[in-house]
Design a binder for this molecule. Sequence first.
Ligand code: TTP
Ligand code: MG
Length: 437
Amino acid sequence: MLGFDQHFAIAGKSRLLAGASDVAASVPLAASATSGTLVATLERVIICVDMDAFFASVEQQCAHGSLDEQPVMVCGDTERRSVVAAANYIAREYGVKAGTPITTARRLCPHGVFLEGDPEKYVYTCIRINDLCREFTPRVESFSIDESFLDISGSAHLFGGPAETGRRLKARIREELGLPSTVGIGPNKLLAKTASKLGKPDGLFVLNLADVPAKLHPLPITKLYGIGARTAEKLARIGVATIGQLARTPPETLKRLFGIIGPMLHDAANGLDSSPVVTDAEQPEAKSVGNSYTLSDDTRDVRRVLTVLLGLCSKVGRRLRQGGHAGRTVTLTLRYANFQTFVRARSVEAPIDIDRDIFAAACGLLDEIWNKSRAVRLLGVSVSNLVHRGDGRQLALFGHGLRCRTRRFLASVDALRDRYGESAAVWAPLIRSDEAI
Ligand code: TTP
Ligand code: MG
């Protein structure tokens, strides 16, 4: 099989090095272009572009440079007890990072600039970034609000090879939007993403399969994409602390410990990943998003039923937002202890994806169909009639006033969950509930 190193050789060493002159010092391009053989290859070339301090950079850009030399922190709500969503790299020198409570951030960096986030701006910028990515290949996956994957296997030669394509993409983003980004390049999404982390900030980093032992293996296991705190803890118990140690652990041992995920962890530690870049058009289109829950025992207790309903609405809202969807029809399923089941739907005027809005509609439906003298066994909530976030109608949802603040709050809550797991933030009544919704 042809190596990724050889693929880079197509561009030629001198061109790769020329491309490196105006990017961050971390660029290991010379190391990546060691092979001099010109060969055709079927290997993939993937770019991961991740914006630097995204929300903070967008705000700095909007301030036309007046904040450029200052520590800037973007928060859900600067007055109340919320956390920092994005800290620029100057603020990070004071020890502030995403997730730092505002009170702590104000103590660490009293002269910092604290700004309230504006999700509409960030979504708009995200759409523009993906448009720029599509100038280099139609195979673009918008992975998160500030991260996209590009499969440039078939197009890199048009732009002077992989590194030059990455350099040009960075330049286009800077030129059009005035924003800094980091580009990671690798033979798969895993290594491209890892490279983008290693190249931060404002860098261009190439990670070949051949680089994995030297660059990836010495790193702590938590640096491997997809390894959360619990997996890391479990691995620590068998003496695995670095990515290299994981790569050397027999796949059978990992299978015993983690089931089918085990061999995948082993592959990841060895830099292997076959997941494709999935464009928007290829994303399976959800028709509806729903969850149901059977109570631990049948109940007539209104408070318990409402708590379960809130939990379900919160889950559905979270899944809608994760998929970039909002929907106009809310459906409630209610099953009594004798298995008799009622289903009722209600449509709202504008598409919704906020827990509060889904809960309000679901409560209305519950009120209509629940005979409170009868014990409830199961509840289900789903939202259908979906529109996609890329659709203009969805952006109107940001609105003003309370809904706008709720959206900002939920954006921060979702980001916390992305990073620390679903239990990182739950509605207060659910904490006190015995139900595992
Ligand atoms: P990240 O890409 O993780 O962080 P970043 O772009 O601010 O910084 P960098 O990539 O240079 O390390 O997240 C993208 C945006 O998502 C971030 O600007 C704000 C938002 N976000 C939150 O709202 N809360 C969070 O906990 C995190 C991690 C991100
Ligand atoms: Mg980022």
